[in-house]
Write a protein that binds this ligand. Structure first.
Ligand code: BGC
Length: 722
C-alpha cells in the first residue's frame, strides 16, 4: 500500500502518477493508425467500451460502473443486462455509508476491493468514485456521494482512488464538476463565484488529481458558467490540466457530449453514451468528417488518442505483463464489506440505554417495517450490483439472535406508488412515481399486534434505492409510505421500541425523534449490511459512525432552500456561496436536528488537555500539531472520531463560523486515556482570494476546537499565525 508516513500519527495516501515512459511507443503506434481507427478509440462503440485496434495489439478500453460494486454486465448495444451468469460482485456500502465511517483506511480497503473486482471482471476503468458535494438534502444521488464537507470528502476520496488504481484499474472521478442536483442535470447552467468553486466544489477533485493521481475524470452533464462541462475549456484545460497537471483522459458522462470540435478542443477525450448508432456519436463519423473538411486537425485527434494509449500502458492493458489479476466475491471481500458497514452505523439517540439490546428476559422481538426485508443492491435508475449475497436486517437478526428469542416479522408499511413509471431524466420524484402514504389497515393491525405481543419492537424504516435515485431529486424530506403513522402507533403500543432508519439522505424525522428514546441510522450498506446492523444492535459492535452531512429540522433551514436557489431553472445560482451544509447552519445559528459529525457510542468519551505543539506564532509552511486527551469513561471499548474545526473570528473576509480541518478515528479501551494528535498544516487555514486568484493565509489568531461532533466541541486551542 502506498502510504507515506508524514509523521508517526498521520498516514497520507498517495497514488502513483501516470508514467510518461511510453511516449515513444505511443508515437509509433499512432503513426500506424488510420483516422477511422483513431476515432474508434475516442468514442463508445458499445455501451461500456471504445474500440481497440487489434492489428496493432491495442485492446478495447472497457468500463464498468462502480459506486456500490461492479455493475452487472450490460449489453453491448442497449441498457439491458447482458444476461451473464458469472457477473456477480460484492455489494459494498453506498458512498454515504462509507463516508459515515470517517475512516480513510476503510476507504482504501473499499477501493482495493472494488478495484480487484473490476480487474477480475476484466475492466480497465471503474466509473467511480462519485463524490459531488451534497448541496441539498433532496439530491437524488446523496446516498451515492460522500459529504457536504470538502475536507471529509478528500479524506475518503483519495484513499479510495489509491486502492482502486493499485489493481491496474483506472478510476473515473465523477462528476466533474458542480453536478449537485439531478433536476435538469442535462441542461442546467451552474453559476457560482470562484471562491465557492475552489473552497467547496473542487477540493476533492483537486486532491483526486494531485494526490491520488486519478487516471480518468468523468465530465458531467451540466453546464458551468455557460458551457457544458465537456466543452468547458476553463474546467478541462485551465484548471484540470494546466493547474493540476492532469495527464489522463476525460471521459464524458453518458450522452453528455454536445459537439465535436468544441468538445475536443476544450479537452474532452472520450465520448460515451446511450445506445447507438455509435457511429453517429460526435466523436465518431462527425469527427472524421471534421478532419476531412479541415475544421479539426489530425494533430488534435492524435493528442486525445495519445492520452488514451498512455492510460492503457499505465494500467498494463496493452502489454499485460505483470498486470494485477483481481479477485471477486471472496470471503475477504465480504469481511471488508462487513467492516465498512459496521463502522458506518450512526447511533442518533439512546436515552433509555435500550441499546445495546440486553437479551436478558427478552423472549420475543417484533421486527417491523418494509425495510426489514428490503434489498438495495439494485433499484432505482442507474448502477447497482448483481450480488450473490445481501443480508437484510431481518436476516441479520435471525443470524445473530439466539433461537430462544421468537422473532415476529410484520412489514406494517410497504413501498407503494400510484404511478409506477419511473421518474424521467431531470424530474423531481413527485412528477414521477407518486407514493401512496396511506397504510394498509390490515398490515398496520398486524404490526401493532406483533409489537404488543413482543418484549421489544424494532422498526426498520427509511427509504430505499427506488425512492432515492439517480436522475431525479426528491420533492420533500417527508418519509413516504405512511411510515410516520406506523411508527407512532407501534410506539404507543410498546414503549420498548427501537427505530432504525435505513436511508442514504436526510429525512424529516423530527416527530419520530421526539417520540422515540432509541434511534439508529443505517445506510444502503452492502452485502453484509444486515449482519453489521444486528451486531451493532446487540452490542458486538460499538457504533462509531458519524453523520457526513447535516440533518435539518426543516428543508427551509438548508442553505440552498433558504436562499431559494434550488433547483433553479435554466440557471442554478449557488447563492449560499461557501456556506454549504453545516457552514450555513453554524454561521446562521440554525439548530439542526442532528449536526454534521454527530454520532453516539455505547460508551462515553471525555476530552481534556487540548494543546498545540508551540506557543510562538506558526509560519505559513509549518504544521500545527494539536493534541487532546480522550478518555473512555463508559462501560465499553469503543472507537471515537476526534474532530477538529477551525474558526477565525476577526477575518477580513467572509468565513464560515467553523470548518472541519482534521479528524482522527481511534480505538480507545474502556477506562483508557489516549492522547490523539491531529496535524493541521497552516496552509489548510487559507481561503481562496478572488482578487489575487491565490490561496491566502490570513495572519492572526485562529481558534481550533476539538470534540466529537460539529456541535460538541468542548476543547479549544488558540494559535497565532504569522
Ligand atoms: C451516470 C454516471 C454513470 C453513467 C454510466 C450516467 O447516467 O450519471 O454516473 O457512470 O450513467 O452508467
Amino acid at each position: 500500500m502506498a502510504v507515506a508516513e508524514t509523521s508517526q500519527e498521520n498516514a497520507i495516501f498517495e497514488g502513483k502518477p501516470l508514467s510518461m515512459e511510453y511516449e515513444e511507443e505511443i508515437t509509433n503506434l499512432i503513426s500506424q493508425m488510420t483516422l477511422e481507427e483513431k476515432a474508434g478509440m475516442l468514442h463508445g462503440t458499445s455501451m461500456f467500451a471504445t474500440s481497440g485496434v487489434p492489428r496493432l495489439g491495442i485492446p478495447e478500453l472497457t468500463m464498468a460502473d462502480g459506486p456500490l460494486g461492479i455493475r452487472e454486465e450490460i449489453s453491448r448495444d442497449s441498457w439491458a443486462p447482458a444476461g451473464w451468469d458469472n457477473d456477480f460482485a460484492t455489494y459494498l456500502p453506498a458512498g454515504a455509508g462509507l463516508s459515515a465511517t470517517w475512516n480513510p483506511q476503510l476507504a482504501y480497503t473499499f477501493g482495493d476491493v472494488i478495484g480487484a473486482e473490476a480487474r477480475d471482471r476484466n475492466k480497465d476503468v471503474l466509473l467511480a468514485p462519485a463524490f459531488n458535494i451534497i448541496r441539498t438534502p433532496l439530491g437524488g444521488r446523496t446516498y451515492e456521494y460522500f459529504s457536504e464537507d470538502p475536507f471529509l470528502n478528500i479524506q475518503i476520496t483519495v484513499p479510495y482512488i489509491v486502492g482502486v488504481q493499485e489493481n491496474d484499474v483506472a478510476v473515473s472521478v465523477k462528476h466533474y464538476a458542480a453536478n449537485n442536483q439531478e433536476t435538469n442535470r442535462g441542461t442546467v447552467d451552474v453559476q457560482m463565484d470562484e471562491r465557492t468553486l475552489r473552497e467547496i466544489y473542487l477540493p476533492a477533485f483537486e486532491a483526486a488529481i494531485k494526490d491520488a493521481h486519478a487516471y480518468t475524470v468523468m465530465g458531467a452533464y451540466n453546464k458551468f458558467r455557460g458551457d457544458y462541462l465537456n466543452e468547458n475549456e476553463y474546467m478541462l484545460q485551465d484548471v484540470l490540466r494546466d493547474e493540476w497537471g492532469f495527464k489522463g483522459i476525460v471521459i464524458s458522462d453518458w450522452a453528455a457530449i454536445h459537439s465535436t470540435v468544441k468538445a475536443l478542443k476544450a479537452g474532452a477525450d472520450v465520448e460515451m453514451g446511450t445506445p447507438g448508432p455509435f457511429n453517429e456519436f460526435y466523436f465518431a463519423d462527425p469527427l472524421i468528417a471534421a478532419v476531412k473538411s479541415g475544421e479539426l486537425s489530425e494533430e488534435e485527434v492524435d493528442k486525445h488518442v495519445r492520452r488514451v494509449l498512455r492510460l492503457m500502458y499505465n494500467i498494463k492493458s496493452i502489454d499485460t505483463t505483470g498486470r494485477a489479476k483481481g479477485s471477486r466475491n471472496t470471503e475477504q471481500h465480504l469481511k471488508d464489506a462487513y467492516n465498512i458497514a459496521s463502522e458506518s452505523v450512526v447511533l442518533l439517540k439512546n436515552d433509555k440505554n435500550m441499546l445495546p439490546l440486553n437479551l436478558e428476559g427478552v423472549k420475543s422481538i417484533a421486527v417491523i417495517g418494509d425495510n426489514a426485508t428490503k434489498k438495495n443492491a439494485l433499484g432505482g435508475f442507474g448502477a447497482g450490483v448483481k450480488t450473490k449475497l445481501e443480508v437484510t436486517p431481518l436476516e441479520g437478526l435471525k443470524n445473530r439472535l439466539p433461537e430462544s428469542v421468537k422473532i415476529t416479522h410484520a412489514p406494517g408499511y410497504l413501498e407503494r406508488y400510484s404511478k409506477t413509471d419511473k421518474a424521467k431524466f431531470g424530474d423531481i420524484t413527485l412528477d414521477g412515481p407518486v407514493t401512496i402514504n396511506e397504510l394498509d389497515p390490515k398490515l398496520l393491525e398486524e404490526a401493532v399486534n406483533a409489537a404488543k405481543n413482543s418484549d421489544v419492537a424494532i422498526i426498520f424504516a427509511g427509504s430505499n434505492r427506488d425512492y432515492e435515485t439517480e436522475a431525479s431529486d426528491r420533492a420533500s424530506l417527508d418519509l413516504p409510505f405512511g411510515q410516520e403513522e406506523l411508527i407512532a402507533k407501534v410506539m404507543e403500543t410498546n414503549p420498548n421500541t427501537i427505530v432504525v432508519m435505513i436511508a442514504g439522505a436526510p429525512f424529516d424525522i423530527e416527530n419520530i425523534e421526539q417520540q422515540t428514546s432509541t434511534l439508529v441510522w443505517s445506510w444502503f450498506n452492502g452485502s453484509e449490511g444486515g449482519n453489521a446492523l444486528a451486531d451493532v444492535l446487540l452490542g458486538k459492535v460499538n457504533p462509531s459512525g458519524k453523520l457526513p452531512w447535516t440533518m435539518p429540522k426543516d428543508l427551509k433551514d438548508s442553505p440552498a432552500h433558504a436562499n431559494n436557489s434550488f433547483p433553479g431553472d435554466e440557471v442554478a445560482t449557488y447563492d449560499e456561496g461557501i456556506l454549504v451544509g453545516y457552514r450555513w447552519f453554524d454561521t446562521q445559528n440554525i439548530e439542526p436536528l442532528y449536526p454534521f459529525g454527530y454520532g453516539l457510542s455505547y460508551t462515553d468519551f471525555e476530552f481534556s488537555n487540548a494543546k498545540a505543539d508551540k506557543n510562538e506564532a506558526y509560519k505559513a509552511d509549518e504544521t500545527i500539531q494539536v493534541s487532546v486527551d480522550v478518555k473512555n469513561t463508559g462501560e465499553f471499548d469503543g472507537k471515537e472520531v476526534v474532530q477538529l474545526y477551525v474558526s477565525k473570528s476577526d477575518s477580513k473576509v467572509e468565513r464560515a463560523a467553523q470548518e472541519l480541518k482534521g479528524f482522527k478515528k481511534e480505538m480507545i479501551a474502556q477506562g483508557e486515556t489516549k492522547t490523539v494528535t491531529i496535524a493541521v498544516p497552516v496552509k489548510e487555514l487559507a481561503y481562496y482570494d478572488m482578487n489575487s486568484g491565490k490561496w491566502t493565509v490570513e495572519p492572526g489568531t485562529y481558534t481550533l476546537k476539538l470534540g466529537n461532533s460539529s456541535r460538541n466541541l468542548q476543547q479549544e486551542v488558540v494559535v497565532e499565525i504569522q
